[in-house]
Design a protein around this ligand. Sequence first.
Ligand code: AMP
Length: 453
Amino acid sequence: MQREWNEECAVVGIYGHDEASKLAYFCLHSLQHRGQEAAGISSSDGEKLYTIKDRGLVTRVFSEQKLAKLKGSAAIGHTRYSTAGDDSILDAQPVFARYDLGEMSIVHNGNLTNAKKVRQELINRGAIFQTFMDTENLIHLIAKSDEHKLEDRIVDAVKKLEGAYSLIFLSRTKMFAMRDAHGFRPLSLGRIGDGYVVASETCAFDLIGAKFIRDVEPGEMLIFEKEKALRSVKIFEPTPKHCIFEYVYFARPDSNVFGKNVYQMRKNMGYELAKERPIDADMVIPVPDGGVPAAIGYSQQSGIPFEMGIMRNHYIGRTFIEPTQEMRDLKVKMKLSPLQSMIEGKRIIVIDDSIVRGTTSRRIVRMLKEAGAAEVHMRISSPPTTDPCYYGVDTPDKEKLIAANMSVEEIAHFIEADSLAYLSNEGLLRSVGGDAHNYCTACFTGEYVVNPE
Ligand code: AMP
């Protein structure tokens, strides 16, 4: 199946606050780890919507002057994570449109699994598309709906969608926030002064001093309207299948996602990994930053000292988004360097959260051996990533996933490690509280909740 260009991302919405666009900006800043490709904000002053979006980091896209143009007491924002080859500004969000009921802007985190089919049907009915984004489908579905109120049109539109979506809509006077029935992607609700904030992760609330209220429920739509109490509409029966990879890699450790603290979940993965896959060594070191909490957990459980044996240069973007293999190799080198005096002659356990193509692990093992490590044992705090994600995490196609094509022993050989072991799927589920049926683990099991197109 052709994957759409809407993988991972962060969304935020502020309603009923004089500094709405500034607050949205700060929230996007704290959610930058979810997407570094493009950023945008739409605001409303009750009369008109204003939108600014561009490629690049949040700090590059916005300035004091630009934020001043985003007037009004409601704003929605987005940071985008993209895959190779699509770098058009057209694909940045929010997606703004004028239609028969007025103006609207939409931000979306997730990935629609039936986007191609819906798009083709819309094209057959005369719709013209400007981008490859799933979100544009929604605009057309809303514009073409026979319902008379935006609220009903949104309901009408989302009933035609399949897959993962955490969405925020802004009209001139209202804001709507909703999650798909499975709640694949996170979305939380908070209070700021007399207003509200909705964001992909709670770390955004901490930054702006908002108080967490609760998560938006799977299948629920929240409606924010001036001088009216917050309303909740149940659109779908909730059948939670939260993305377990949010805990493994994506979310920030200081966020509480799906009701649990991400740092603690990662530390638990380290405990479980140490129980399942012990090995004698002189120290446990993390691949920074992703592997840090699990390495602390592994060290505490095993009694083997934790050390920062690898330094990370924070001024380089994530390596994963680079399109060619050579660029990825080079960027790993630029990003991570060994602490030679610490490593020389030592038997080392290296903890990372996942192996995707194998590039990072291979480079790290080599780097540590070149720095004089006696043994390098790789331990991964999640199961082998064997299957692509169709619900919003950016994973390559199956043929590029090393664990889909090699056994663990073969991968160990490929990355040149003295040993390699992964956390089991059961161990992962134990780490996050054991309620297996609440999670989507398709990237590790190939068991898809919603079939990809
Ligand atoms: P690779 O070098 O392709 O094996 O990628 C593995 C590294 O990428 C690990 O250090 C992970 O922390 C990181 N990683 C895993 N999944 C993702 C993702 N969806 N986006 C960005 N980085 C990722």
